[in-house]
Design a protein around this ligand. Structure first.
Ligand SMILES: Cc1cc2nc3c(=O)[nH]c(=O)nc-3n(C[C@H](O)[C@H](O)[C@H](O)COP(=O)(O)O)c2cc1C
Length: 356
């Protein structure tokens, strides 16, 4: 068998990862009451052979709990719940970051806790409908445009989420700047039509992402903070425009200067989304001076090839991890992969999760 760069260790912000396989963040909606639990600890513990697990989108704010049963990381109960998860992964000699996801306009009051607000850069509803446990499918409501005070509060919530993540035993955090959630809502003109310093020019539209990254780095050290982005993504109503390349290059430069530990690129073309041009992936790789993660539709052969040619430092696998907790071993030996059951991606309970 040819050499497999996937299985060479790599340093990430002062910790050693035993291989270059990242488990991509995946929302699985098992956190009843938005609190992580033993079932989740078992699920992540079973996958500790990954070089790095990025735990599912987790809200740093009550306002960011837009989907049913997603976890938070702002209350003491949530921090305690996450501690079980990080202990299970560390017991398996794994490493784990948590993805901080504020859903912004992608939510519904029926999913939010009492008193929480649906917030976004501008009062523009996301297109389409969202699942609620109490009212079934519902059209996305129009969010409230964030005031200066709302923006400052959200940035501080991200910073506190970082501190809570470290308290819960995580090795670091991934800021979710992709897929049409709050940070991406600021980047994209489809959801950001502000005419103040948070909207309009490229510099203004990246400001929220950069300020969140700065606050996160100040809170726990840049060596423990990565960011995920999705240039050319169209999920949750995002739309590329003539400035997309320039905006992401500028953002990557800023994040590189802050010394974020990694930049993680989403590509959902294998899920039917438009192709993400290789030119932008290559350009961002050049501009961002720290670790670089590619994802989307990878198998071992393509991952090894992209690592060998230096297109990235690590490769993230999403769906393959769902039905194959032993994915790392299967990739190593070339064993066939089981197909995940989409019907249990977001359902509560162990079926399709820890029971496969
Ligand atoms: C069930 C499911 C949940 C997901 N949840 C998230 C999430 O919380 N945050 C995120 O950044 N991406 C999320 N994704 C996207 C994955 O991280 C990954 O980018 C995508 O599955 C493509 O990689 P793959 O072809 O290896 O599956 C999710 C994907 C799936 C299938």
């Amino acid at each position: 068998m040819q050499a497999q760069p996937l299985f060479t260790p790599i340093e990430l912000g002062g910790i050693e990862l035993k291989n270059r396989i990242v488990m991509a963040p995946m929302t699985r909606s098992r956190a009843i009451g938005n609190v992580p639990n033993e079932l989740m600890a078992r699920y992540y513990g079973l996958r500790a052979a990954a070089g790095l697990i990025v735990a599912e989108g987790t809200s740093p704010s009550p306002n960011g709990l837009g989907y049913p049963r997603i976890p938070g990381i702002f209350s003491p109960a949530q921090v305690a719940g996450w501690r079980q998860v990080t202990q299970a992964v560390h017991a398996g000699a794994g490493r784990i970051f948590v993805q901080l996801m504020h859903t912004g306009r992608v939510g519904h009051p029926a999913n939010l806790p009492p008193g929480a607000r649906l917030l976004a850069p501008s009062a523009i509803a996301a297109p389409g409908e969202i699942w609620t446990d109490t009212q079934g499918m519902q059209p996305y409501p129009t969010p409230s445009a964030m005031s200066e005070a709302d923006i400052a509060a959200a940035i501080e919530e991200f910073a506190q989420g970082c501190r809570n993540a470290i308290e819960a035993g995580f090795d670091g955090v991934e800021l979710h700047g992709a897929n049409g959630y709050l940070i991406d809502q600021f980047l994209n003109t489809a959801s950001n039509q502000r005419d103040d310093r948070w909207g309009g020019s490229i510099e203004n539209r990246i400001r929220f992402a950069v300020e969140v990254a700065r606050a996160a780095a100040a809170a726990i050290g840049a060596h423990r903070v990565g960011m995920r982005i999705s240039p050319y993504g169209v999920f949750n109503g995002m739309q590329p425009d003539a400035d997309t390349d320039a905006l992401y290059v500028r953002l990557a430069q800023e994040l590189s200067d802050i010394s974020l530990v990694y930049l993680h690129i989403v590509d959902h073309s294998s899920m039917g989304a438009p192709e993400v041009p290789m030119t932008i992936k290559t350009r961002l790789r050049e501009v961002f001076k720290h670790r670089y993660i590619l994802s989307g539709g990878y198998d071992a052969a393509r991952a090894n090839a992209d690592l060998a040619t230096g297109r990235c430092d690590l490769v993230a696998f999403g769906r393959p991890f769902i039905a194959n907790p032993d994915l790392v071993e299967r990739l190593r030996t070339g064993a066939p992969l089981k197909t995940p059951d989409e019907r249990t991606f977001y359902t509560p309970g162990p079926e399709g999760y820890t029971e496969l």
